[in-house]
Write a protein that binds this ligand. Sequence first.
Ligand code: PPS
Length: 284
Amino acid sequence: MATDYLWIEGIPFHTTTIRDLRSLQNEFVVRDEDVITLSYPKSGTNWIKEIINLIHTRGDPSWVQSVVSWERSPWVETPEGLELIKKQKDPRSYASHLPMHLFPKSLFTSKAKIIYIMRNPRDVIISGYHFHKTLKITKNPNSFEEYFEWFLRGNVPYGSWFDHIGGWLQMRGKDNFLLISYEELHQDLRASVEKVSQFLGTKLSSEELDSVLKNVTFQAMKDNKMSNFSLLSDIYMDHRKACFLRKGIAGDWKNQLTVAQSEAFDKVYQEKMAGLPPGLFPWE
Ligand code: PPS
């Protein structure tokens, strides 16, 4: 079990992160054809990745049922992920939880398609707590109260949720940037998949769309061993403690946060999010 984080540039990371993020930032070349999923951890990254992968195969599930998700859309900030990305053919699909100021700089002059998925941070806390209990590559919280405090201070892997979203939202309005939310996927999965496929420039037939929808439900992904993380080595995760696809709902925080925690969260949220336009976030 890991006892501490890996600290890079003053931000905590999992111990599996590339230590020399500055070299990655300067040397990795983003291509115009790349499709990049970006998110703060526990925001629904693997859900949107699955959707992107299935749009790529026009709803044919054979790829998502035969290759594990972290090989279909690898993490750019891990050594293994980076090697896989270098071997991918165009259009490459990869993902990252890196904050904007640490992401490879070539992104900002490329036409790569970026999909940023966000989720109500209160639910991100709950999901993150359960996940971090299971992880062997990071510091583990002793209690929910402790994790909640870490989160508010940004003392969790990839740093502050507020800084992450505040950074990446600066890309809003660019043609190659799609902002989507976990809540939106829940509310209307069909419309969300259509939005993503339109952004990717893929026109799906109604049969193809139906097949994407069928294969990205919570249950379908939970039953797919290539997507449910059961094949992730127990070097990384203690599978006895929790499932990766845990509850898959929006608004679970209401059952978990105490009134005092909820009020403490709202106070920080209001301070940190002041200045962003109202109506931007579906959870407000
Ligand atoms: S990670 O570890 O940061 O990459 O995690 P991430 O994929 O961003 O987020 C994990 C949460 O997303 C939920 N999830 C889904 N919800 C609904 N439907 C589908 N298909 C789906 N796929 C993943 C997953 O269950 C985690 O949320 P919680 O609240 O913990 O269940």
